[in-house]
Design a protein around this ligand. Sequence first.
Ligand code: SF4
Length: 371
Amino acid sequence: MMKHAGLYLHIPYCAKKCCYCDFPSWAGRLGTARPYTARMLEEMREKAGSRVIDTLYIGGGTPSMLPPALMEELLTGARRCFEFSPDAECSSEANPGAISDRMLNVMAGGGINRLSLGAQACQERLLSMLGRIHTWADVEQAVQNARARGIGNINLDLMFSLPGQTLADWKETLEAALALKPQHLSCYALIPEEGTPMKDALDRGERKLPSDELDREMYELCRKMTAEAGMVQYEISNFALPGYECRHNTDCWKRREYIGIGCSACGFTDGVRYRNADTLDGYLAGEAPQEERIAPRDAMFESVMLGLRMTEGVSDALFREDHGISLREAFKEKLDGPVREGLAVWEDGHYRLTRRGMDVQNRVLVQLMDD
Ligand code: SF4
């Protein structure tokens, strides 16, 4: 029987680099889009037929910036190279300020059934501070346009713990987002990454992050408001209406296989993790990916580290299926410490973190992985 997997396509173009972003994406390089797409199609052909695809995720960068004709080639190419499950979840990220009607038509026609919009905040001053190119009116328009084309499953990415953001701002953003009735929200606290203009500005004291207390208040507000809207928190930063959890990401956290295509794309097949050339030029020049075969003990740690991100935790049955032994056999009495401290519980065959455990997740992981 053919194995199942996810498929990730990386589109590395952006209109402008946001000041907090350290993702592999570039502004001003759209001129390479044709050879880049050709190289991606070649990589898909190299990996063709190896797996049935349950989930497709087009990320970036800004996939919606690709010329629509090239997006069409990629979507058609993916379906030529791989068999897709009939109910495959097919997502694409998009920038609300850079998604044309033509692109939405191409996406809908090519089977995209889930759109993830980088909405971030509803205040112009915060969007401009982040270096975003869109307005909140663009977000509303993009949601409406996507739905009009039958792309009914919508995620909005939102950011909190931003310099200059108040609790009232965050509440207003959550209200504006929930008013659009999305199926899914991803809410991330800003993490200042080394080498970004945001980190430099923070280091120079030109900007200041909210206090830890305010950061926690924002997170709790997000949990409360999403719950009131009928959403379920299924991962540290992800909230969804029941049945609309992102299957692509959930499969990655369950350590299922996925095929990565494009520059800096990661993949995981047959126990090997790989990462394609990090730069656009390296990828175009055919630089080989970096590969690492995951040793059995590391694979068990991965299952726990990834599984504990989810509110359902690590499934003992899935762990057994993956590693041939139970969680208890693998981690023995180390599992009991976090339970005694009220940081983890066993429930329905899953070992999961409690709400308190989620807040100190790293500490729990260190306890479990200590040799
Ligand atoms: S649009 Fe996304 S990928 Fe592009 S620079 Fe901004 S945060 Fe980074």
